[in-house]
Design a binder for this molecule. Structure first.
Ligand SMILES: Nc1ncnc2c1ncn2[C@@H]1O[C@H](COP(=O)(O)OP(=O)(O)O)[C@@H](O)[C@H]1O
Ligand SMILES: [Mg+2]
Length: 225
């Protein structure tokens, strides 16, 4: 599903006379399909950067990255968006479109993929009900609480049935009860077959939900996390 072999990352690439510093060093690990995995590490350790590699927002500057069976270094750039569509991302800051309702935000990936309107309507309504927002379908993001916006962001990330779901500190804006509810949601998605990676530095939450973990320290993977 995901394989990193000695992957390094510099923002801005290797080129130029003054290359920017490497922020991820010699990262090697493998995530089998269907796994739930925490991505741990202090602020600045490189969690967001590692997730960016996993959704192809940035490409490795060294090493080899294999995603969903494709060796990224050997995949034509034009094919990357196709791969990218099978990966769902929940951003730390949600990135909902402010002028679109919850329903329209979640429908967007299906519309872009050219889905049939009646099917879109049924699927989006069902998923928003499932995340507990059945009565807020037509509400704009600014009228939703942080936790509700988070659930819209999660619904948007999973509506197109990604094989890999990445979430960047998704409980950052939540109280403990909301965080627990989010965990139930993520575990359920995992149970029905989605591979899930969640970056977090919420130790209490991770201790309550033991799972496999990758731990980053200063851009390096630490074993035995
Ligand atoms: N767009 C960027 N350009 C240059 N450096 C960056 C960029 N984003 C993050 N960094 C640097 O990469 C390192 C890891 O950051 P990040 O991946 O955001 O860590 P975390 O998510 O664990 O807090 C930090 O030193 C940060 O300053
Ligand atoms: Mg981060």
């Amino acid at each position: 599903m995901v394989r990193f072999e000695s992957v390094g990352l510099r923002y801005g690439g290797n080129g130029g006379q003054h290359p920017s510093p490497e922020v991820l060093h010699d990262i090697s690990f493998e995530l089998p399909e269907g796994m739930f995995c925490w991505l741990r590490g202090a602020s600045g350790a490189g969690k967001t950067s590692l997730l960016r590699l996993m959704y192809l927002a940035v490409l490795p500057t060294s090493g080899r990255l294999t995603l969903l069976g494709a060796d990224i270094g050997r995949t034509p750039r034009a094919s990357l968006p196709h791969l990218r569509r099978r990966i769902g991302v929940v951003f730390q800051d949600f990135r909902l479109l402010a002028h679109l309702t919850a329903f329209e935000n979640v429908a967007l990936p299906l519309r872009l993929a050219g889905g049939a309107e009646a099917q879109i309507r049924a699927d989006v309504t069902e998923l928003l009900r499932w995340v507990g927002l059945g009565r807020k379908l037509h509400v704009l993001p600014r009228a939703l609480s942080g936790g509700e916006q988070q659930r819209v962001a999660i619904a948007r990330a999973v509506i197109a049935r990604p094989r890999l779901l990445l979430a960047d500190e998704p409980t950052g804006n939540m109280d403990e009860e909301q965080a627990e509810r989010l965990m139930v949601l993520l575990r359920e998605l995992n149970r029905i077959g989605t591979t899930v990676v969640v970056a977090s530095h919420n130790d209490a939450l991770m201790n309550r939900h033991p799972a496999a973990a990758l731990r980053l320290e200063d851009g390096r993977l630490v074993r035995g996390a």
